[in-house]
Design a binder for this molecule. Structure first.
Ligand SMILES: Cc1ncc(COP(=O)(O)O)c(C=O)c1O
Length: 361
């Protein structure tokens, strides 16, 4: 080791910055558990288990990796805008919705960020990296937004409010009335619609009336392109212009760009898998609930959150894992005793049910 410790050149809080805890890669998990990758039932990251349509795979294969992508994302933004009925000037794409969260935070540079918890961990994580305080406004009964709590967070200095709708991990969507009420706040209101295609509702029509509304969407979930990292923001053209100005120029790679456009061209096929996943979520939630020791929360997304009764949720997740079935558990006190399970294919649900019967308390 050289004598000079380079960490002294870093920002003063570098040692205290959080580390995001992502799901492990499949190959590493398969090795740890001792089963082949093909035998794992991956219900821990809300991915889409169905293979992309051939046209999407062909578009990926035809992308030319030698050439930098279009930094203006001209074709992709036009295709997304045509789909949503907005102007291309209102759309900015990135390396997943995660990239857009980061871009918004770098651009707004708020003293504090508010979110309605429990929710997606990226808001608090990227707020900390951006040097902003994270104010949590806990959700109330039925995981509904606490509008007064969020209003208080803005009064307390939060310049950006994040609300996921449908929310991860609780599964419930907020009403458009609630989102409109949020838009009256003196802050940027970021509505993360990563799961909107499963819910069939969107706040995009509210953009006409609210200049402080930013909607985040992604191709990771409905279009099954999580590995290619394509997400986007839809917002006021003046804000989007600034987002486009400060983003990494090549944040959407050529394969992701081509795949996302092909997905939009073939969305009828993809929406058939969205409908299959929603139907399977209902079957999975009912069948798991019928086991008698797990209670599902209602969900508008491609997963459901369950209360575990009579057993330790972490032990249940570990028992399932030993059987090759991966689900999501949490260390947060407000999610103690809960498991989030993604909706998979019918055969994934069957494996889940068999494993749950074996680990039953
Ligand atoms: C609410 C929410 N937003 C965003 C994301 C990340 O989306 P992307 O893959 O587009 O970065 C997730 C992924 O789990 C999510 O749950």
């Amino acid at each position: 080791m050289p004598a000079v410790d380079p960490r002294r050149f870093l920002r003063p809080d570098a040692d205290r910055l959080p580390r995001y805890a992502p799901v492990k890669p499949l190959a590493a998990l398969a090795e740890e558990i001792g089963v082949p990758v093909a035998e794992l039932v991956k219900l821990d990251a809300n991915e889409n288990p169905y293979a992309a349509p051939p046209a999407v795979r062909d578009a990926i294969a035809a992308a030319d990796p030698r050439i930098y992508p279009d930094p203006d994302q001209t074709a992709l933004r036009a295709a997304i805008a045509a789909w949503l009925g907005v102007s291309p000037a209102q759309v900015a794409a990135g390396a997943g919705a995660d990239d857009l969260i980061d871009i918004v935070l770098r651009l707004a540079s708020p003293r504090a960020v508010a979110s309605a918890t429990p929710t997606f961990g990226m808001y608090g994580f990227l707020a900390a990296v951006a040097g902003a305080r994270h104010v949590e406004a806990p959700r109330g009964a039925g995981h509904a937004l606490d509008l007064a709590g969020l209003r208080g967070a803005v009064a307390d200095g939060a310049g950006v409010v994040f609300v996921a709708s449908p929310n991860n991990p609780t599964g419930n969507a907020s009403s458009l009335d609630e989102i409109e009420a949020l838009c009256a706040l003196e802050a940027l209101v970021v509505v993360d619609e990563a799961y909107a295609e499963f819910a069939g509702v969107s706040a995009v029509p509210l953009l006409e009336r609210h200049g402080n509304l930013v909607i985040l969407r992604t191709f990771s979930k409905w279009a099954g392109l999580a590995g290619l990292r394509v997400g986007y923001a839809v917002a006021h053209a003046g804000l989007v212009e600034r987002m486009m100005a400060i983003k990494q120029p090549y944040n959407v790679n050529v394969a992701g760009d081509a795949a996302a456009r092909a997905a939009l061209d073939h969305r009828d096929e993809l929406f058939a898998s969205v409908r299959a996943i929603v139907a399977e979520r209902e079957r999975m939630a009912a069948a798991v609930g019928a086991l008698g020791w797990l209670t599902p929360h209602p969900s508008d997304a491609n997963f459901a959150l369950f209360d575990v009764h009579g057993a330790d949720a972490a032990a249940v997740a570990a028992g399932l894992r030993r059987r090759g079935v991966l689900v999501r558990r949490y260390d947060r006190p407000d999610l103690a005793g809960k498991l989030r399970i993604s909706a998979g294919r019918p055969r994934d649900t069957d494996r889940l049910l068999a494993a749950l019967r074996e680990v039953a308390p």
